[in-house]
Design a binder for this molecule. Sequence first.
Ligand code: MN
Length: 314
Amino acid sequence: MSGPVEAAEAPLTPDCGVAGPPVVEISPARIAEVGRVAVRRALPQRARRTVGAWCFADHFGPVEATEDQGFDIGPHPHMGLATVTWLFEGELVHRDSLGSEQPIRAGELNLMTAGHGISHSEQRTGRYRGDLAGIQLWLAQPEATRHGQAGFSHHADLPKLDLDGGTATVLVGSFAGSRSAAEFAWPTCGAELAVATGATDVPLDPAWEYALVVAGGRVEVGGQPVTPGVLGYVGTGREELRLNAAEPSRLMLLGGLPFGERVVMWWNFVARSTHELDAAYRSWLRDDERFGVVASELARIAAPAPYWVNGGAN
Ligand code: MN
């Protein structure tokens, strides 16, 4: 499930946003219809490219899925990032160029590491009927691993813990002393929080930066509302974050050590230069061996023309 990144969201000469002390920075909501499906893109923002290593967050749905209609995404490539797929409702099947074929249900996690290159598809199971909703997240791989091999893992059993006023599921990395089996090569926190109406204190690592993406409901942080579609960036330097929920709410807590590398993103690629993006684009265009082949009957997704070619607007 992968919305491509547009030039306006990640221009090449950015103010990437500097990790800062406790702030509450609420981005404008960006809500689009992709086909029949509502997609809310919280990350990247022009002025906030990464939160820890998190560099992309698309919250999609709900959309009604049937045996022969859903939210199907044909084979497309990735490099330099890990995709984290998390469903709130429904089921999908993941297939990739490593030969993986993995059904995923709400409450389970798919973690796919692209490294130098991988391709994948996501589509209906052919059996499930009901609502489909979830969040597609990307983590930028650090220099140490981004040129390496691709990988895929599925995690059905994730740590759950009680908070005063809610519960948490640890998806990737660590949160509040619990660690997911889904590991990433940069200090990372990816957790889903379910909070009741009222106050919840969320323990944080003061050396890390964090942001909130609300999937359902409404919470306030420092008196500011965080609602579906926005990124609620809360910075570094906090031992604890107080959430005040106006109603029972579900949200993602995304964080980590501030990412020390400046990333360049275009379409489905995360890199450090347009030269690298260009090489990946040409490989996908040529259909050479870099991104492999996915055993899917869906059509391969064509890359748009890069904006840096022929004087395209940045
Ligand atoms: Mn994808």
